[in-house]
Design a protein around this ligand. Structure first.
Ligand code: C2E
Ligand code: CA
Ligand code: CA
Length: 682
């Protein structure tokens, strides 16, 4: 077992319990070594130094120190050193003084080679000396004269060996886990038994080789180096399995824990807290505007930025806290021991402070900002699943209200409570496939043939029935759910579109995009992948972008529209006439269609409103730009006629059909066969 204070080779602060402990242990080790050396005569030392076996064993021990057997859950390079069989063999052969002397020498050489801090090497050397000392004492008391008999040991002597090995293990374990417990500020009990069986197993394997080393060495020193082979096999296979274990539990890009490990650790910590009392804190952290960086500077830069974030977060928490990356720009920090919300808030503001330092990448400075949501066990949630959900809700509030940090607060005000529960319900709904798509036919005004369908989202809420977008789109747009939402909308819609396509209907299906969805750099990839998955030609899909989306961030939105155009999908400007979109802006966009908002359409038949002249002029311009105009909200024959006469190409509205479920669409299309719905003549 190695010194656990390894990931950061900084010594404990002077005066802390850990510092006192390490100092005390080191002094005790030095004392034991000095005392045992007193029993060694100069002649004995000279004789030993002339024996090749001494040097062979020392070499094996140095190599063994450099190649410890890795253990799961520990950083690579930490573990049980393969020098152990030789050190223990030296105890059997020559007693503590020689064993400790060579072990300390090997530890110092290896510590130097691995660049360990002196305090760490000193503690390691002392830890070995003390553990070997206890083993030596047990052996002397229970089986004096063992070396001579080792070729044919008695049952009693074998038991004495086992007892000494167990004493070595127990001493070493107590010494190391005490340091870990002080370092992580947790009760000794908690670390003492963590991974103890693995530790015991590896120690038993290594210690069991010691008597064989003694027997072999008594025969010929040439046998000793042969032990390198089984030890090497042990070392490499353990390393491999630990690496695999590490990969399964860590994020590849940042090497932080992944969601799986976070879940595991959080559950453990919650059960510890249940036993000893106290709280567990969970912080969820989402970077603000990270997408823009990714979008404008590309993924490699975005990746490096995420690595920087990971480093800063790791360095801002205490040992024992766990930083995890949940995916994208979402991180989590688990605080296994947190007294109250204000302590967790303090950590949160420390994290934000660490991120606020500008990051320099490719000669440019980035300002990073994050929104953090906090939830505590047991105050906010009784288990991990709810804790995650509550922290997520708090993060959502922090983002929406731009406050930076929020603790979970169920009783803030009714409005936000409703909004928050809607958010968690929608998150669950999306994961359970509660999103349905309805379709409204778009009808050509010259001959009343159906020329397309518009997909409109509906959410089947567990208690409130079928909800329309005005009830949930605000939540989608203001939260981190928009990506999941988009991919589900595309998934459901394209599955239906593919079915109609197979049935011989050549109807493009339009999907609406909110600003947030449009500006997501992953959108083009998602769209292309969905089209591929359902085997649909890209012209069968139309994307509708609202006028306000283009105004909010004209530059980025225009860019996004161009990228989507490159995929070959149809593009449509939605809700024309509601914002302040200028006709000049319209001219610069690669659009196929402009949809005239229902409020604008309504003005076509209002004779008292001189505004209808404006609408007419706008429609004329749309046509002049080579785009088609579609009138929305056409509720009656009069509006349909006016739209046709003004030059609109197509229309949508209750006059033709309300939005229909997928099955109703199939029926409606059959009834509408020939292109004209009964009773909807213009
Ligand atoms: P929109 O794109 O302008 O969709 C047209 C809305 O007008 C639909 O409301 C439709 O049901 C309604 N409508 C259809 N015919 C008539 C009519 O004759 N008279 C009147 N007064 N209204 C009519 P819905 O389905 O509630 O959708 C509302 C808005 O929600 C949509 O406006 C769209 O902006 C957004 N939305 C719907 N589905 C999605 C989606 O999947 N993704 C995104 N990002 N937004 C969506
Ligand atoms: Ca639309
Ligand atoms: Ca519209």
């Amino acid at each position: 077992m190695k010194d656990p204070i390894s990931t950061r080779d900084i010594g404990p602060r002077a005066g802390t319990p850990l510092w006192l402990y390490m100092l005390g242990a080191t002094a005790a080790g030095a004392g034991v070594l000095a005392a045992s050396l007193l029993g060694l005569s100069v002649d004995e030392v000279r004789a030993l130094s002339l024996e090749p076996l001494t040097w062979v064993l020392l070499c094996m021990m140095v190599l063994g120190e450099l190649r410890p057997v890795s253990l799961p859950g520990q950083p690579p390079g930490n573990g049980v050193p393969t020098s152990l069989p030789f050190a223990f063999a030296l105890v059997i052969l020559h007693g503590l003084a020689v064993a400790a002397l060579l072990q300390v020498a090997a530890t110092v050489v290896a510590g130097f080679a691995r660049g360990h801090a002196p305090h760490r090497t000193a503690f390691n050397a002392a830890q070995y000396t003390l553990a070997l000392g206890v083993a030596d004492a047990v052996l002397r008391l229970t089986a004096p004269g063992l070396v001579q008999n080792l070729w044919f040991p008695s049952v009693g002597e074998l038991l004495a060996l086992i007892l000494a090995a167990a004493a070595y293990f127990a001493t070493n374990r107590v010494l190391v886990t005490s340091a870990v417990a002080m370092h992580e500020r947790v009760p000794l009990r908690q670390v003492m038994f963590k991974g103890a069986s693995q530790q015991a197993y590896v120690n038993a394997v290594l210690l069991s080789l010691a008597p064989l080393v003694v027997v072999a060495a008594n025969h010929s020193v040439l046998f000793v180096p042969l032990f390198a082979l089984p030890l090497w096999a042990l070392y490499t296979s353990a390393l491999l399995s630990v690496k695999r274990d590490h990969q399964a539990n860590h994020d590849e890009l940042t090497a932080l824990a992944n969601r799986k490990l976070l879940t595991l650790r959080a559950r453990q910590e919650i059960s510890h807290a249940q036993q000893r009392g106290g709280g567990v804190g969970l912080l969820l952290l989402d970077l603000d505007r990270f997408k823009e960086v990714n979008d404008t500077l590309g993924h490699p830069t975005g990746d490096r930025l995420l690595q920087t974030v990971a480093r800063r977060l790791t360095h801002s928490v205490r040992p024992g806290d766990l930083v995890a990356r949940l995916g994208g720009d979402e991180f989590a920090v688990l605080l296994p021991q947190v007294s109250d919300a204000s302590a967790a808030r303090e950590v949160a503001s420390r994290l934000r402070g660490a991120l606020a330092e500008p990051v320099r990448l490719d000669g440019m400075d980035f300002d990073l900002q994050a929104s953090i949501g906090i939830a505590l066990y047991p105050g906010d949630a009784p288990d991990f699943a709810l804790l995650m959900q509550r922290a997520d809700v708090a993060m959502y509030v922090a983002k929406a209200d731009r406050t930076g940090v929020e603790s979970y607060d169920p009783g803030k005000d009714r409005n936000s409570t409703a909004r928050l529960s809607l958010y968690s319900e929608l998150r669950r709904g999306l994961s359970e496939g509660a999103l349905e798509m309805h379709y409204q036919p778009k009808v050509g005004l010259s001959d009343e043939r159906v020329i397309g369908l518009e997909a409109l989202a509906r959410w089947r809420h567990p208690s409130r029935g079928l909800l329309t977008p005005d009830e949930f789109m605000p939540v989608v747009e203001q939260s981190n759910l928009s990506r999941a939402f988009t991919s589900q909308v595309l998934d459901v819609t394209l599955a239906h579109a593919a079915r109609w396509h197979r049935e011989g209907q050549d109807l493009p299906v339009a999907v609406n995009l909110s600003v947030r969805e449009l500006l997501d750099p992953e959108l083009p990839g998602t769209v292309a992948a969905a089209l591929r998955e359902y085997g649909l030609p890209s012209r069968q899909l139309v994307l509708e972008v609202g006028e306000h989306a283009l105004i909010t961030d004209t530059h980025a939105a225009t860019e996004a529209v161009r990228v989507l155009r490159g995929l070959g999908v149809g593009l449509s400007l939605d809700d024309f006439g509601t914002g302040h979109f200028t006709l000049a802006q319209l001219a610069g966009l690669p659009l196929d269609e402009v949809k005239i908002h229902e409020s604008f359409t309504a003005r076509l038949v209002d004779r008292s409103d001189s505004g209808h002249t404006v609408v007419r002029a706008a429609i004329a311009l749309v046509k002049a730009l080579g785009m088609r105009a579609t009138a929305e909200g056409v509720q009656n024959a009069e509006l349909a006629r006016a739209a046709r006469d003004t030059g609109c190409h197509a229309a949508q509205g209750h006059h033709f059909s309300p939005p229909l479920s997928a099955d109703e669409v199939t029926e409606w299309l059959a009834a509408h066969d020939g292109g004209t719905a009964a009773g909807t003549r213009v």
